[in-house]
Design a protein around this ligand. Structure first.
Ligand SMILES: [Zn+2]
Ligand SMILES: [Zn+2]
Length: 457
């Protein structure tokens, strides 16, 4: 590629050089091809569009300043990215930030313009701007899995954000290559996204969703087990080790479940210990969210247990989390993989659920929790048409592989989850009827909405 000097990239983006994936993505976009980029969090996906104008300027004679349009699902991400770009000397804004900036956006004054599908499609002003513009050179869809999971009507009701399924209309307004970005999209989701955005002859750059540092556990609970008992291992650990308790993230599928767990902790723990516990969902106030983000961005932050919904999972890089628990599974595999945890040090993942939590699940998530004999890692990878990067020692892989480990090493037992070490045998269910006893649905569970994103309404 005709490339800007490495010093330019080093100075602006603080990287030694582009990764092979980043280079391939930018090259393909400059050749006017669409790119589907699925790299894990921390894989440098946003650099591909942030650096695009620089590369574009090097390989084209310019009459106008090239602009980039980014469709993003969350205001918090738009804010974060525009601040980041501004700190690197670019001009960036998002539609709806400040009405007084509208004229400048219309005049093409910004190199980077962020927006949501509904903001553009519901307003002729922006539609006209895009269809009349000659300066947009790149169309980016960030967190693209939301196109599928938020935009679709389900048998349980209307789509959460219907406009997301119409992101393709925006694509049709501007004629430039598209960069579709996600941390993970199962093979089914990839098909849907490509169809919705009319991506033909698209260059796929997909890395494996395998997280070989995470050992996977699943446990079904009886409906009668109270939450404080389920989390006895954790509240016990918190009261004894306090600030030294390993950092644990608990994901729940609704705000209600989130609040129930927090209340259970509140009942069991002293105030002096509760200062290490916090809660994060879409109705958490912006101030508190900001405090939590800052704390969790520090390895040695005060929060040792964060009880959260999917609202905490997107675009956020939590530091020092060695322990992720799902209490109730998310409804699809993409959300699950996104919340599972990050690359890095050895960590544990535990999925806890009871039959009340299983009624809205998509097929591959249902298979994951019902599975009793297949390696859990292989099962996740199958949803992505992917294979493991490395072969793992069985006791590091999952609870099912562990049972067949014959390494005879002392370490074999060290990788048991604290939940199982703490529980007495009679607490957890050992029946084989994973999905069969869901007749006792409680109406408030059924009516729970997933906690996604009310911030734009
Ligand atoms: Zn396994
Ligand atoms: Zn072993």
């Amino acid at each position: 590629m005709a490339a800007p000097s490495i010093t330019t990239l080093q100075e602006i983006f603080e990287v030694e050089k582009l990764s092979a994936e980043q280079e391939k993505a930018i090259d393909s976009l400059l050749a006017k091809k669409d790119v589907f980029l699925s790299l894990r969090t921390g894989g440098g996906k946003s650099l591909c569009y942030m650096a695009f104008p620089i590369f574009y300027e090097y390989s084209n004679s310019l009459d106008v300043q090239p602009q980039v349009l980014i469709i993003s699902p969350l205001l918090s991400i738009m804010k974060e990215q525009t601040d980041l770009l501004a700190s690197k000397g670019f001009t960036a804004t998002f539609i709806g930030k400040d009405k007084s900036e509208d004229a400048s956006i219309l005049d093409g004054k910004y190199q980077f313009v962020f927006s949501s599908p509904e903001a553009i499609l519901q307003n002729d002003k922006w539609r006209d701007m895009l269809s009349g513009s000659k300066s947009f050179r790149l169309f980016v869809v960030d967190e693209a899995h939301t196109l599928v999971h938020w935009g679709e009507n389900t048998k349980h009701g209307q789509a959460f954000r219907e406009w997301f399924s119409r992101t393709g209309e925006i694509r049709s307004l501007i004629s430039c290559p598209a960069l579709v970005i996600t941390a993970n999209a199962s093979k089914e989701a990839r098909k849907v996204i490509k169809k919705r955005l009319a991506l033909n002859n698209c260059v796929d750059i997909i890395d494996s969703p395998d997280r070989e540092n995470i050992k996977l556990f699943v446990q079904k609970l009886k409906n009668t087990v109270p939450i404080d008992e389920t989390f006895g291992w954790l509240t016990h650990d918190l009261s004894t080790r306090k600030k030294d308790c390993p950092r644990t993230l608990i994901f729940c599928s609704s705000i209600k479940i989130c609040a129930d767990i927090y209340t259970a902790f509140l009942m069991v723990l002293d105030n002096s210990v509760m200062e290490f516990v916090n809660m994060f969902h879409s109705c958490t106030s912006e101030n508190v969210k900001e405090t939590i983000r800052e704390d969790m961005n520090d390895d040695n932050g005060n929060i040792r247990v964060l009880i959260a919904t999917s609202a905490a999972g997107m675009g956020v890089n939590y530091k020092g989390v060695n322990n992720v628990v799902h209490y109730s599974p998310p409804k699809d595999m993409d959300s699950f993989v996104q919340q599972l945890g990050r690359d890095g040090s050895q960590s544990l993942h535990l999925l806890l659920y009871n039959s009340r939590h299983t009624h809205k699940l998509e097929a591959d998530m249902k298979t994951y929790i019902e599975n009793k004999d297949k390696c859990r890692r292989l099962q996740i990878l199958e949803s992505y048409d992917s294979l493991p990067d490395v072969e793992l020692v069985k006791h590091l892989c999952c609870d099912i592989c562990s049972q067949n480990c014959n390494c005879s090493g002392d370490c074999c037992e060290l990788y048991q989850h604290p939940y199982f070490l703490f529980q007495s045998d009679d607490v957890s269910s050992d029946d084989n009827s994973c999905m069969s006893d869901s007749t006792d649905l409680e109406s408030d569970d059924v009516l729970d909405i997933d906690d996604t994103y009310p911030e734009l309404e």
